[in-house]
Design a protein around this ligand. Structure first.
Ligand code: ATP
Ligand code: GLY
Length: 493
C-alpha cells in the first residue's frame, strides 16, 4: 500500500469498524484531540496493555499503582510543570491561527527543531527561514503556552488542581508509601497505566497527538552508585538493541554489553530496561523501530539522559516511548516541596533514589501497530484488506461460521463457538456470503475462521482458515482446542 494513503486507510478502517472515532462526534463544535475506542479498539488496547504487563511489569516483578488523574497544583509547582511544561506558540497576525512554532519550522525546513529553545531563538529561526502563515499573513512573536488543564475543585473555587500531564507524578508522590507497603528493595520498578491530559495546541493525526491519552509508565527507582552493579544485566547482555546515538545518522544494532562497554548507554540498569522495552515491542510484532538518543536541546526539562523509542510510519518517525533518566529531579523536588523525607535504605546506606523511566504512549502504539499491520492484497481479480496483527493482539482470535443459515448448521456452529469462548475471544457470524464473512474478519485481524458445513454433520470435522495464507484445512472438532493453543502464547491477565 502506498505510504501516502496509509494514514487515510487506517483512519477509514478505524471509523468504519469502530476501532476508534472522534469523541462527541454528533456535535460539530466538539474540540479536536479527543477519541473514543469502540469494541474492537477496546479489545486491542486491553490486549496491548496486558502484553505490556506480562513482558515488562510482571517479568520484572514491578509494583503497580492506579492513581488519580486530578492532582493538587502544588504537585506540579514542585515537579516543575507549572513553569516548564510549555510549548512555543506563534499567532498569525492576519488569520489569527495559532501554531506550535517548532512544528511550523520543522514542516518548512524538514529539520528537527528542539522544542526547548527560548522564544527569542524561535523568533530568529522564523525570520531566518522567512516563515509565514500558510494564509500568507505575518507571524507575531513566539511565546510559551502551558499545556496543563488547570481548574478548581469545591464550591469556594479556592483549591487549585490540574489534570496530570504525565501519569508518573502519582508514582513519585506515593513513592515512600509504596516502597514501604511492598517491602521493596532498590532497585524497584513502579508501573501505572492511566490517562494523561495535555492541552495540545494542534492535536492532529488521530491517536498520534490527542489532548487526552493513555500512558503506560514505568519508573525504576535505583541507587545511582549501584547502576552498574546490576546482576539482572547478565541475562540480557547479548541482546541486540537498535540504537541511534547523538551525532549518528543511522541506527546501529549492538549488544547490550557492547553498548555499555562503549559508554553508548550510561549503565547496565538503563540497558536492561531498554532491552525489556524492545523485547516487548518485538512480541507485539512491531518493525522498523529505533532508540534515538536525544541531544541536550531536545531533552525534557527533567531528563539527564534520554532515548526516544521511535517507529517509522507513513507520517514519518513517531515517538512511542520516552526513556528518561530523571535522576533525583522528582523525588528531590517533592521532598523539598512537601517537607517529607523520601530517602530509603539501600543496605546500610540512606539514599534518595534516582529514577529511570519508560514512558509509553498506548494510543500512539495502537495507531502504529494498526498501520504496520494493514495490507491491501490482490486476490484473483479482487482486492482484500487484511490486518496482519500479531494474533496475541487481535481483537478476536477465532471466528465461527455456519456455511449456510439452515440444515442445523447454525446450532452446531453456536455450540462450537460457545465451547471455545471460555478460552478465546470468539466471533460468531451467520449473515452474508461466506466470502464476505471471511473478508470482514480479515480486515479486523482475526487469525482463524472455523466453518461448519454439511460434512461436519457427517464426520465431526470443520474447516479452519488461516487469515494470512487464506489456506483451509479440515480438522476434527475435538482437535480444535489443541490446534488453536499451539498457535498462540496466551496473554495472562
Ligand atoms: P511529542 O514530542 O511528540 O509531543 P513528547 O516528547 O511531548 O511527545 P513525552 O512527554 O515524552 O512526549 O510523553 C511520553 C509518551 O507519551 C510519548 O512518547 C507518547 O507516546 C505519549 N504522548 C505524549 N503526548 C501525547 C499526545 N498528545 N497524544 C498521544 N500520546 C502522547
Ligand atoms: N513521564 C514522562 C512523560 O510523560 O513525558
Amino acid at each position: 500500500m502506498e505510504k501516502a494513503v496509509k494514514y487515510e486507510k487506517v483512519t477509514e478502517l478505524a471509523l468504519r469498524r469502530g476501532f476508534y472515532f472522534p469523541s462527541a462526534e454528533i456535535y460539530p463544535s466538539t474540540p479536536a484531540g479527543f477519541f473514543e475506542y469502540g469494541p474492537l479498539g477496546v479489545a486491542l488496547k486491553r490486549k496491548f496493555i496486558e502484553l505490556w504487563r506480562q513482558y515488562i511489569v510482571k517479568c520484572d516483578n514491578m509494583i503497580e499503582l492506579d492513581g488519580t488523574v486530578i492532582l493538587p497544583e502544588v504537585v506540579f509547582k514542585h515537579s516543575g510543570h507549572l513553569d516548564n511544561f510549555v510549548d512555543p506558540i506563534v499567532e498569525c497576525k492576519k488569520c489569527k491561527t495559532i501554531y506550535r512554532a517548532d512544528k511550523l519550522i520543522e514542516e518548512k525546513t524538514k529539520k528537527q527543531i528542539p522544542e526547548g529553545l527560548s522564544s527569542d531563538e524561535f523568533d530568529k529561526l522564523l525570520e531566518k527561514y522567512k516563515i509565514k502563515c500558510p494564509c500568507g499573513g505575518e507571524l507575531g512573536k513566539v511565546s510559551k503556552f502551558n499545556m496543563m488543564f488547570s481548574f478548581t475543585v469545591g464550591p469556594r473555587k479556592s483549591e487549585r488542581v490540574a489534570l496530570r500531564p504525565e501519569t508518573c507524578q502519582n508514582i513519585f508522590i506515593d513513592f515512600a508509601r509504596l516502597f514501604k507497603v511492598a517491602r521493596a528493595k532498590l532497585p524497584v520498578g513502579i508501573a501505572q497505566v492511566g490517562k494523561s491530559f495535555r492541552n495540545e495546541i494542534s492535536p492532529r493525526q488521530s491517536l498520534i497527538r490527542t489532548r487526552e491519552f493513555t500512558q503506560a509508565e514505568v519508573e525504576v527507582f535505583f541507587n545511582p552508585a549501584s547502576a552498574n552493579n546490576f546482576s539482572k544485566f547478565d541475562m540480557i547482555k547479548g541482546y541486540k538493541l537498535i540504537l541511534q546515538p547523538v551525532g549518528k545518522k543511522k541506527p546501529i544494532k549492538i549488544s547490550a554489553s557492547e553498548a555499555v562497554k562503549k559508554k553508548i548507554i550510561s549503565s547496565k540498569l538503563v540497558a536492561y530496561y531498554l532491552v525489556l522495552l524492545q523485547n516487548f515491542y518485538d512480541a507485539c510484532g512491531l518493525k522498523n523501530y529505533r532508540f534515538r538518543e536525544l541531544s541536550k536541546d531536545e531533552k525534557a526539562f527533567y531528563a539527564k539522559d534520554a532515548w526516544d523509542f521511535e517507529v517509522e510510519t507513513s507520517l514519518g518517525w513517531i515517538e512511542l516511548v520516552a526513556c528518561n533518566n530523571r535522576a533525583d529531579h522528582d523525588l528531590g523536588a517533592h521532598a523539598k516541596g512537601s517537607k517529607q523525607k523520601l530517602e530509603v535504605m539501600d543496605g546500610d546506606q540512606k539514599v534518595l533514589p534516582h529514577v529511570f523511566e519508560l514512558s509509553l504512549g498506548v494510543d500512539r502504539s495502537i495507531y502504529c501497530l494498526l498501520e504496520q499491520a494493514l495490507v491491501e492484497e490482490k486476490v484473483g481479480k479482487d482486492k482484500r484488506l487484511v490486518l496482519r496483527l500479531d494474533p496475541k493482539l487481535s481483537p478476536y482470535f477465532v471466528a465461527v461460521f455456519p456455511l449456510v443459515n439452515k440444515d442445523k448448521l447454525p446450532e452446531t456452529a453456536k455450540k462450537i463457538a460457545g465451547s471455545l469462548s471460555c478460552s478465546y475471544d470468539v466471533f460468531y457470524d451467520e449473515s452474508g456470503s461466506i466470502g464476505k464473512r471471511y473478508r470482514r474478519m480479515d480486515e479486523i485481524g482475526t487469525p482463524f475462521c472455523i466453518t461448519i458445513d454439511h460434512q461436519t454433520l457427517k464426520d465431526d470435522t470443520v474447516t479452519i482458515r488461516d487469515r494470512d495464507t487464506m489456506e483451509q484445512k479440515r480438522i476434527k472438532i475435538k482437535e480444535l482446542e489443541k490446534f488453536l493453543l499451539s498457535m498462540i502464547t496466551p496473554v495472562l491477565s
